[in-house]
Structure formats: C-alpha cells, structure tokens
Design a protein around this ligand. Sequence first.
Ligand SMILES: Cc1cc2nc3c(=O)[nH]c(=O)nc-3n(C[C@H](O)[C@H](O)[C@H](O)COP(=O)(O)O)c2cc1C
Length: 319
Amino acid sequence: MLILAPMQGLTEVLFRKVYTQCFPGAMDYAISPFLSLTHGNLSDAWKKIGDVLPENNIGSMPVVPQILGKEPEEFVELANRLAEVIDPSSIPSSVDGKLEVNWNIGCPMRRVAAKHRGSGMLPYPDEIKSVLDQVVPKLKGASLSVKMRLGYFKDTEIFDIIPILNDYPLHSVTIHPRIGKQQYSGTPDKERFAEAAAMLKHKVIYNGDICRLEDYQYLTKRFPQIQDFMIGRGILYDPALPIKIKGGSCTEQEVRHFVTELFEAINRRPIPDESRMRKTKEYWCLMWKSIGITETQSKQVLHAPTYAETRQRIADFVK
Ligand SMILES: Cc1cc2nc3c(=O)[nH]c(=O)nc-3n(C[C@H](O)[C@H](O)[C@H](O)COP(=O)(O)O)c2cc1C
C-alpha cells in the first residue's frame, strides 16, 4: 500500500481532500499530522481533532490518527475516543475491526525531542516500554502502530528498542531510517533499515526520500519483503508520483489543475490574507518543480509582497 506521510502544516485535511478529488485512489490512506499531548493534557489534541473526524473527511482519503506524547492516561483516552468516532471499516489498514492509531516517536524537532518526546524518546527504551505497558492493554477498538527513526543520537538506538516493540501486539512499525539529530539531512540509511526490519516481528513500513519512480523501484527490489511504503515530500515535489508507482499516467495539465485547486482551497479558507500567503508559499516552496519552472522563476512567487501578487504570479506560471 502507499501511505501519505504525516506532515504538520502540509498534509492536513485540506490537502488530502483536494488531492483525492484530483487523483482518486492514488494514495491508499494517510497518517494524520500529529495530535499532541504536549502540555500533558488533551487540550492541544482536541483543538486539532477536527483534522481526523469523519464528518470533515468526506471525499478525502482514509486517515489514521497520529498521537505525539508520552502521557499514558491521556494517550489511552484520546486513542479510545478516536476509535469510537472513526469507523475502522473505512480505513484500509484496519485489522480485526480495530482502528490503527499511530504513535509518533520519530519527530526530530529540538523543542519536542528535548522533552523526551518524538525521536527524543529513542535513547530511552525504558520510557518507551513504560508507555507501551500502560497504553497497549487499555486500548479498546484501537491497535497501536509506531512511526520512528533509527535513533536520536545514534543509528543503533533502534536495536535496543526492537526487542521491546516485539513484546507487544503492535499493528506495524514505520521506519524513517535517519536519526533525529540529522533532521532531514543526509540520506536514509538503507542498510540499517534492512537490519532493523529483519529483527522486527511486526509489519514494517519504509519511509524516507521516495521522490521519484526510480527511488520506489530501487526500494521494492532491494526489500522485496516490504509491502508498504510511506511518501511525504515526494508527493509535493511530484503529485503524479503515486500514480506512476501504481502504473498509471498523468498529464502535466492534470498536475497543474491539482496545484491550482490546492491554492484555490487555501484561498477559500476564512483566515487573514497574511496567513493565506504564508500557507501558499509554504506549499509553493516544495511544489514549484512539479509544474516545470526554474528556481529563479519560483522565487518571483516567494518574493511577492502581497497575497494578491502571490496569487497572480502563481496563476501566470500555472496557466
Ligand atoms: C514539514 C514536515 C512536517 C512533518 N510532520 C510530521 C508529523 O506530524 N508526524 C510525523 O510522524 N512525521 C512528520 N514529518 C516527517 C514525515 O512524516 C516523514 O517521516 C519525513 O518527511 C520523511 O519522509 P519523506 O522523505 O517521504 O518526506 C514531517 C515532515 C515535514 C517535512
């Protein structure tokens, strides 16, 4: 299966809906950007829960909710609540009628990691075990999956974590084979991924730098046992990538139509122009290549002084 990676600020329901409307079935499902238990309570998570509620996801791709945090009680409360409101039969990853709920132990942001959250938890296997001990037995109607990196400081931290993960009935483990300290620099370490995947008794999903059809073809050849691949930035660099992976084709005109629809959807959001401009440029930074223009041309949009001018310059390129 092809899974859309969670990307805070990018792969929220607005994007998922427009993408699905333009390219139905290209992605099998998505993992949502994280719902955070950051302040040790559920208030942050409730504020963003709308992103995964079924009523807001009509016409969008199926979405598995992701939680970032290490507070077992709040985790269980949120996961069980999500399992009550999201019908597992609407999500292709559901197993035995249980909703997959994903735990983020891969986020590399320093302010997150410094508090032993996200990838900041990876050097502390006992803390991971303690959360799993207190969460997994209490989940009702939900099955926990994990999204992780190889480690935070070292790419060998994962090897102390795998025996712990193997002790629990997890849904799956997604590995982005970088370490937290790297953020997004360097290349994913395929050798370490292979070692880790061989040790895990759970279903393993590969994630990291699938940006071209050749990247996917290389990975499927290199890891014939892996059936599921998660794509993040690659879908922004080339929205047609999942279609090509599935053996289909897509014209440049269709990609331009998608880009236009995405920016139109942002334009319809009831937010100030300043915020619309920021959001538009955030996507543009990653997406300009998909419409075949040069970097110099793309900068004309990034340097546009007003939202109206930003839209005009994009319209000139995309038409
Ligand atoms: C802007 C941005 C936001 C992200 N937000 C999340 C997130 O909310 N949860 C998560 O697990 N990973 C998050 N990630 C990591 C991606 O899911 C993915 O693991 C990473 O981008 C590598 O995959 P890719 O090379 O296919 O993009 C984020 C990445 C980016 C670039």
